[in-house]
Design a protein around this ligand. Sequence first.
Ligand SMILES: CC(C)(COP(=O)(O)OP(=O)(O)OC[C@H]1O[C@@H](n2cnc3c(N)ncnc32)[C@H](O)[C@@H]1OP(=O)(O)O)[C@@H](O)C(=O)NCCC(=O)NCCS
Length: 181
Amino acid sequence: MTRILPFTGHGEPETLRQQLAKICLESAAIPVEEGEKREIFLKRWLFQYLDLFPEYAFVAVDERSGQALGYVLACPQTEVYKEKLDQKGLDLWCDHYPEYPAHLHINCAQEARGLGLGGRLLRTLEESLSQKGISGLHLVTSEGNRNVSFYLKNGHAILDQKKLNDTPVVLMGKKLGKNCM
Ligand SMILES: CC(C)(COP(=O)(O)OP(=O)(O)OC[C@H]1O[C@@H](n2cnc3c(N)ncnc32)[C@H](O)[C@@H]1OP(=O)(O)O)[C@@H](O)C(=O)NCCC(=O)NCCS
């Protein structure tokens, strides 16, 4: 049985962070070499969110082994935090932030994909943001990526398309409210 739990107050924090780091690395589009580049990558895509917005981080955990199988992270107000976050391209979509203020990152372990965990993580995050009065959330992915259908199935729409470093990227988003589930 796999449970969706808040990142905070669950298990031994450093062990959990390392399990999430492993998932983050294996989900990277291109292998990330060891050393300083890996440290920067993990800080950019995982650790800064856990440190800045722990209340919006949720993990999927196998109850028997205690192993993390997936996570979702969010920044609740992209416009407010864009200077503080070490992440490229946050200015690219600022026209959409009034309607879709939060942004998210989600990854599941390779062996745990396609089992519905991503959908459960997403719904947990959406409920939590909605409860705090956040009106919408967005994410950026690459054009043609398999995860586009995952987001569409979970109620996100394609809002915009641009090029980032010559790569076609897609902005997807969902409005949140009482009926966000
Ligand atoms: C995208 C992802 C979080 C979805 O979580 P999940 O638990 O696998 O998804 P669910 O079981 O709830 O839904 C299944 C859908 O997820 C997507 N999916 C499944 N495996 C996937 C994979 N290896 N890569 C990308 N998307 C995948 C598909 O859209 C799938 O629907 P389909 O079977 O009809 O094609 C997860 O597959 C994953 O971590 N993929 C690799 C990393 C990634 O793309 N992260 C998002 C970056 S924006």
